[in-house]
Write a protein that binds this ligand. Structure first.
Ligand code: HEM
Ligand SMILES: *[C@@H]1O[C@H](CO)[C@@H](O)[C@H](O)[C@H]1NC(C)=O
Ligand SMILES: *[C@@H]1O[C@H](CO)[C@@H](O)[C@H](O)[C@H]1NC(C)=O
Ligand SMILES: *[C@@H]1O[C@H](CO)[C@@H](O)[C@H](O)[C@H]1NC(C)=O
Length: 531
């Protein structure tokens, strides 16, 4: 707080004082003739700020691929209005471009930048040649204003992706065992007590965020650290804080970011999270090296495998600092927790609204195992179809995947993507296209039941996990995790949509993020199993 108010003082109040003093104007006749008192009066100042703001919003200084701009309601609509409308109607604007300019690329205007939505035909080219100059990490860093959210670290710490693809994915069955163990613990402590057979209203997303934070911490840090309340609360809150900073800063021109950033409470929390995480990580590092020094490689106190251990042992020298390790952990958390908890919540809300499908899914689970603490997600085909349908209707990011051009790129047909351009693909318009998915608005959980492509394999019509070599490295874990968590909740609890929630909006779109309505509630009760 001290820092903030004194910086405010230095950056804003003092220069204003200086300006206000008559001296500044005395030698300039024109200015002297303007009464400085009026010149600096609040309405005039306000007008100047307002006009500068609109000018900033109307300018299009970011590089884009040549193409039409989507979403203008008429020839007369000013650009600043189009940008403002994108905040709450991004999908509407992307749909406009998708249907109007079918098979060619178009531009959408976000408040902070223009984004080129590439035609789907370019997907093949992206996969075949790899096109590494179109970089997913740099697109993310740009989107979350890495400099203000500590995510610039992702530029130097590419092991946050390697930890997943070299440690987590090859050992996924082992990690699934830890996960199921952590779930048993979480169900005991995080789900409210149900006396007998009563119904309770449950904030489903908060519950799932907590459950999935525990699982993520277990995989990252292992026992016993993952049970630390501070860790869980960091894991739960970090992504929200990053969204907070991002969504506020995008409303302001970059020149004001350093100032505005100081005033955003979410940002204070990001830095607190980093400090707390460092303390705990230091403890783990000390124990890790003590265990190594004493030749005790069995690590009795902790899990044999964790992502953090892998990073400690495999990071390059410049990635081994405490700050690097903590930033990397938090980058994985940001990618993993919010996405999975949102998708699981959507899935359960859909099923609660369509209870006739629950029986079928329960039968599939019961047929696959009689040990609910040891589910094999690869046997749950109906559940997988249901997950795929949920991702089709409600992907966490509606214009995934996104890439940033690290240099000028010429595609095979001659189209040029200029250096610095942010490009995206029309994930949502395409998955809601009735020529691809009949009756697209309808939740048809088993729509893809007989399609042999797994949900983790991106296709032209299913881009929620991204595309090509840079697609989400955590998708194999995510799919298994969501299936197992949903399966256990469905086997142990009855669920129905709370009456007040049934008519509610299911989600809000804020720019390209799709967020479940935070007021969404499910009614749950403990199941009574017939003997
Ligand atoms: C339903 C859950 C999830 C969804 C929908 C999702 C979606 C995505 C998408 C669309 C991308 C960008 C891919 C591209 O540009 O082609 C991505 C990247 C990524 N995801 Fe996921 N993801 C999910 C869960 C997870 C989980 C559980 C983890 C971690 C274990 C994870 C880790 C990552 C990482 C590390 C990246 C790379 C970011 C970068 O390149 O900078 N994700 N994810
Ligand atoms: C778009 O491209 C696809 C495949 O190249 C083609 O089948 C389709 O007819 C095209 N649509 C339009 C509107 O040009
Ligand atoms: C994207 O950029 C990051 C950070 O500079 C780098 O580590 C990564 O290898 C790049 N990705 C590709 C596919 O080139
Ligand atoms: C999938 O195949 C089974 C068995 O042939 C059939 O009963 C079911 O209706 C099919 N599902 C869909 C969505 O087509």
């Amino acid at each position: 707080m001290n820092i903030t108010s004194s910086s405010f003082d230095m950056l804003v109040l003092r220069p204003l004082e200086a300006l206000k003093s008559q001296q500044a104007f005395e030698n300039v006749p024109i200015l002297r003739s303007l009464e400085s008192r009026y010149f600096l009066s609040a309405p005039f100042f306000g007008l100047v700020v307002f006009i500068s703001y609109l000018t900033w919003l109307s300018s299009a200084s970011t590089p884009v691929v040549k193409g039409p701009v989507a979403g203008y309601r008429s020839f007369w609509e000013p650009t600043f209005l189009l940008r403002l409308r994108f905040v709450f109607n991004a999908v509407g604007i992307m749909n406009d471009g998708y249907y109007k300019f079918k098979n060619s690329s178009y531009v959408v205007r976000r408040m902070d930048t223009d984004v080129t939505v590439l035609a789907l035909k370019y997907l093949d080219e992206l996969r075949k040649s790899g096109l590494d100059e179109l970089n997913a990490t740099h697109a993310n860093i740009h989107n979350v204003l890495g400099g203000y959210t500590n995510l610039n670290e992702m530029k130097f710490n590419d092991h946050f992706i390697k930890a997943i693809s070299h440690c987590l994915n090859p050992n996924i069955n082992e990690f699934m065992k830890y996960m199921q163990d952590e779930l048993s613990f979480s169900f005991k402590v995080d789900i409210p007590d149900f006396e007998g057979h009563e119904w309770k209203s449950i904030d489903i997303h908060s519950l799932l965020k907590r459950i999935i934070s525990r699982v993520a911490s277990r995989i990252m840090l292992g026992l016993p650290y993952c049970r630390d309340e501070t860790i869980i609360s960091i894991t739960e809150s970090h992504t929200i804080c990053i969204f907070g900073v991002t969504l506020i800063l995008r409303r302001f021109p970059p020149i004001l970011h350093p100032l505005v950033a100081l005033l955003i409470p979410h940002r204070w929390r990001i830095w607190r999270n980093i400090r707390e995480m460092k303390k705990i990580t230091q403890t783990i590092l000390d124990e890790h090296s003590a265990a190594k020094a004493s030749g005790d490689t069995s690590h009795k106190s902790t899990e044999p495998k964790t992502l953090l251990k892998w990073m400690i042992d495999n990071a390059k020298p410049h990635q081994k600092s405490l700050h690097s390790l903590v930033s990397t952990q938090l980058a994985v958390t940001v990618a993993a927790v919010y996405t999975s908890s949102q998708v699981t919540s959507h899935l359960l809300v859909f099923l609660a609204q369509n209870p006739r499908y629950i029986a079928e899914i329960r039968k599939e689970i019961a047929d696959s195992t009689n040990d609910i603490e040891n589910i094999d997600p690869s046997k749950l085909h109906k559940m997988e179809a249901c997950l795929s349908e949920t991702l089709r209707l409600n992907p966490p990011q509606t214009n995934a995947p996104q890439r940033r051009a690290m240099q000028d790129i010429t595609l095979k047909d001659g189209v040029v993507i200029p250096k610095g351009a942010l490009v995206a693909f029309p994930c949502t318009p395409c998955s809601m296209d009735s020529s691809i998915y009949p009756d697209p608005q309808q939740f048809i959980p088993f729509r893809k039941e007989n399609i042999s492509v797994p949900v983790t394999t991106p296709t032209r019509n299913q881009l929620a996990f991204g595309w090509g070599s840079q697609a989400c490295p955590g998708r194999f874990l995510a799919a298994k995790e969501i299936k197992v968590v949903a399966a256990r909740l469905l086997m142990e609890y009855d669920m129905e949509i709370a009456p007040e929630a049934d008519k509610m909006r299911r989600y809000y779109d804020i720019e390209d993020l799709r967020v479940l309505n935070p007021s969404m509630r499910l009614r749950m009760r403990r199941r009574v199993l017939e003997a």
